[in-house]
Design a protein around this ligand. Structure first.
Ligand code: NDP
Length: 286
């Protein structure tokens, strides 16, 4: 039987800390961490994500700035708004909710955000800083995974770490963070040969592929730490991860459930980045 790593519980305790730190910042300097969230269009899932970010801001005492732009917003209008927010001292973090409508160029939009306010850590400057291990912000999902491993007292140094998935927002930065903590890291993807054998060697297995219940018990070593980043719907339209939880849980040493595992950490890490941005932009050390 695996020990269940509860993202809900870890996220709640990180938020308690952030709440205290925010109150102390407001008390000592009058600075309210400000997060601007830009939503373009009417995608229902994006609307839910944006709402949850606003609620998290309210919970922690941040100032939320919400910009809901119409589906037909032009590239120029969006870049103009980002330019204004880049210069606004009350806004410490800027997040553009993805995906953007097809007519907008996602890359140039993300690259136009001031790296000091890029709390998603998608700007090449922040991506590069992760690579050299000298970063201000970490992308929220991999940062959340690290927080879960640390909160569970899991040692990373010297461990065989296998990351399945090599996306820019999850797999690649995840691999870098494990490497920085001296894990021996293997990155797998859709062209990897003998995936089952590679996964079965992992002491720590992180899966981010977007395929429901793809990782089965025969791909997991007895006692391994299994972190499931995937968020999918199964054949009954029920939320599930990339790991076949039922078969893997009895074999694993630790496992994250879906929902309630990695998911709750992501917005919390966004808030952590925003608080840090507010301090950095005001010359306050952590
Ligand atoms: P992407 O689709 O961008 O990347 C998927 C990766 O998985 C690719 O690198 C792909 O390989 C690899 N892959 C796909 N099929 C296989 C396979 N059969 N064997 C091995 N590797 C495979 O996804 P994301 O990284 O954005 O997201 C992954 C999952 O995580 C999704 O379910 C997403 O919803 C979830 N997610 C959850 C978050 C959270 O907050 N918990 C946040 C972000 C994402 P290749 O590069 O070769 O194509």
């Amino acid at each position: 039987m695996a020990q269940i790593i509860s993202g809900k519980a870890v996220s709640a305790s990180v938020r308690e800390e952030l709440k205290k730190e925010t109150a102390a910042l407001i008390e000592s300097s009058g600075i309210y961490p400000g997060l601007a969230v830009i939503l373009v269009g009417n995608d229902p899932a994006s609307q839910v994500y944006v709402r949850n970010k606003q609620l998290a801001c309210e919970e922690l005492g941040f100032h939320p700035f919400e910009y809901k732009l119409g589906e037909n917003t032009t590239q120029e209008q969006l870049l103009d708004l980002i330019n204004v927010l880049n210069k606004d001292p009350k806004v410490h973090g800027i997040l553009v909710q993805l995906p953007l409508p097809d007519h907008l160029d996602e890359q140039s939009v993300l690259y136009s955000i001031d790296p000091a306010k890029d709390v998603d850590a998608f700007h090449p400057m922040n991506v590069g800083r992760i690579m050299i291990g000298s970063y201000s912000f970490l992308p929220c999902t991999p940062a959340g995974v690290m927080e879960l491993l640390d909160a569970s007292g899991i040692e990373i140094a010297g461990k065989n770490c296998v990351v399945v998935g090599r996306s820019n927002i999850v797999g690649k930065p995840m691999s870098m963070l494990l490497l920085q903590r001296s894990g021996t890291v293997t990155i797998c993807h859709s062209k990897t040969k003998n995936l089952k054998e590679v996964c079965a060697e992992a002491d720590i297995l992180v899966v981010a592929i977007g395929k429901p219940k793809f990782i089965t018990a025969d791909m997991v070593k007895e006692g391994a730490v299994v972190i499931d980043v995937g968020i999918n719907r199964d054949e009954n339209n029920k939320l599930c991860g990339d790991v076949d939880y039922e078969s893997v849980e009895p074999k694993a040493g630790y496992i994250t459930p879906v929902p309630g595992g990695v998911g709750p950490m992501t917005i919390t890490m966004l808030m952590k980045n925003t608080l840090r941005a507010a301090k950095m932009q005001n010359g306050i050390e952590d």
